[in-house]
Design a protein around this ligand. Structure first.
Ligand SMILES: Cc1cc2nc3c(=O)[nH]c(=O)nc-3n(C[C@H](O)[C@H](O)[C@H](O)COP(=O)(O)OP(=O)(O)OC[C@H]3O[C@@H](n4cnc5c(N)ncnc54)[C@H](O)[C@@H]3O)c2cc1C
Length: 390
């Protein structure tokens, strides 16, 4: 992609999306979704669309490292990724179908997702079982007379409300070694065996549409044998392939949020008088925190780009520990930079008059979704200790 695209995208995010952000912050979701539909159509027409998909799906075939700087720019707005059809969970689901879907699955599901005609969701986590260890999964799928019958309950299925298709993980062979027990299935959202029980009221989320998180149920949900992705037992391998790049996509988005928060911090401190002759920006302690924020962002960006390049070289499995490392480092950086930005704004920081409080509420989940910090730390520590075990 030409360098111009970075500039066009920056302008698009900074100008066009600001109006939509006001609608988001004021809770006017009907107007917001209408405005977003218009912007999505414009973005698609201008080629600001599906950056990581190949040209046959209106994309640019960018590698993870090439997409990273764009994802960062998009991250400046909570709406950036959605407008360009690269929002989670759809981007992960589209990449999954691109790499592992059959021709039929790609034709039926990937094509309408890539055109933006439908949205999707990914249902793995369950209310009754620890999502940090998905091998404990309770949802089951049984093959009977050439049909898979799925039963179980999931929650935190992001974007389930209004999605056209659900990708669900279910146990297909409870007696297999634990990482070969589960499989992934594609279920049309209008399947009579699938139901959204409720939209979970999650802090920072709009409660409906693509910004929602559903609790969902599969009751004798029957799909064709061909609805499986890959082979029976491939579920965990596919989940790792899907979630690994997803963590990079999220991480770059978080860097964009952190950059915006730091820029708001500096601008505010330069005008906020804390004595007759000084502004907050003159304060030594404040300056140290600015330097720390800048250092944290740069360190995470450098590591994120090197991890993205590592994944581009096809080393998904051997990159697991690197992905875990960058996931907890990036979410921690984000929360620290956001907290400093809010502190700098004083009481204004905890109002909804700036976007900081939205980001703070919305992104607190970063330390939990796609695996909580503790689990990623465990992966890194195990890898480190392995070097010294006899
Ligand atoms: C905003 C948001 C969106 C999400 N979207 C989706 C989605 O689209 N699809 C989907 O399937 N899931 C989704 N999730 C679910 C998410 O992936 C899970 O919440 C996550 O994997 C943790 O599982 P859990 O909530 O069951 O926590 P639990 O497994 O119950 O863990 C609770 C806490 O225990 C601690 N802990 C757990 N394991 C260990 C350990 N080994 N060592 C030390 N401490 C530990 C951690 O502090 C952890 O936060 C989403 C979650 C959020 C918050």
């Amino acid at each position: 992609m030409k360098r111009d695209v970075y500039l066009i995208l920056r302008e698009f995010i900074q100008n066009e999306l600001r109006i939509c952000e006001d609608l988001l912050l004021s809770g006017d979701y009907a107007a917001l979704f209408k405005a977003l539909d218009k912007l999505r159509a414009e973005a698609r027409k201008s080629g600001l669309w599906n950056f990581t998909l190949p040209a046959e799906y209106e994309g640019h075939g960018l590698s993870y490292a090439e997409f990273a700087p764009l994802s960062e720019i998009l991250g400046w707005s909570p709406l950036g990724h959605y407008v360009c059809n690269v929002q989670a969970p759809d981007i992960g689901n589209m990449e999954l179908l691109l790499h592992h879907g059959t021709d039929e699955q790609q034709h039926r599901w990937l094509a309408p997702l890539a055109s933006g005609e439908i949205r999707s969701c990914f249902a793995m986590t369950e209310p009754e079982n620890a999502g940090s260890n998905p091998t404990l999964m309770g949802t089951k799928a049984e093959l009977k007379n050439g049909k898979w019958i799925i039963n179980g309950r999931k929650w935190f299925t992001t974007g389930a409300d209004g999605a056209g298709v659900v990708i669900v993980m279910a146990v297909t062979d409870p007696d297999a070694p634990k990482h070969c027990r589960a499989s992934m299935f594609i279920v049309s959202a209008d399947n009579p065996g699938f139901r959204i029980i409720r939209n979970i009221p999650v802090m920072g989320d709009a409660g409906s549409g693509w910004l929602s998180h559903g609790e969902v149920e599969f009751v004798n949900c029957t799909v064709d044998e061909s609805a499986i992705i890959g082979k029976p037992g491939d579920g965990f391998v596919l989940a790792q392939e899907r979630l690994g790049p997803g963590r990079i996509h999220h991480g770059m988005r978080w860097i964009g949020i952190a950059e915006r928060a730091l820029s708001m911090t500096c601008k505010r401190a330069l005008i906020r008088k804390i004595s007759p002759n000084t502004v907050l920006a003159d304060n030594d302690a404040f300056q140290s925190k600015v330097a720390e924020s800048r250092a944290d962002i740069e360190a995470v960006r450098a590591l994120m780009l090197s991890t993205a390049s590592f994944l581009d070289s096809g080393s998904m499995k051997s990159g697991r520990s690197r992905i875990s490392l960058i996931k907890f480092l990036a979410s921690d950086m984000l929360m620290k930079v956001l907290d400093f930005a809010i502190q700098t704004h004083g009481a204004l920081g905890v109002t909804d008059d700036t976007i900081l409080s939205f980001f703070y509420r919305h992104e607190r989940g970063a330390r939990i979704y796609d695996g909580p910090d503790e689990v990623h730390m465990m992966v890194v520590a195990r890898e480190e200790l392995k070097k010294y075990r006899s």
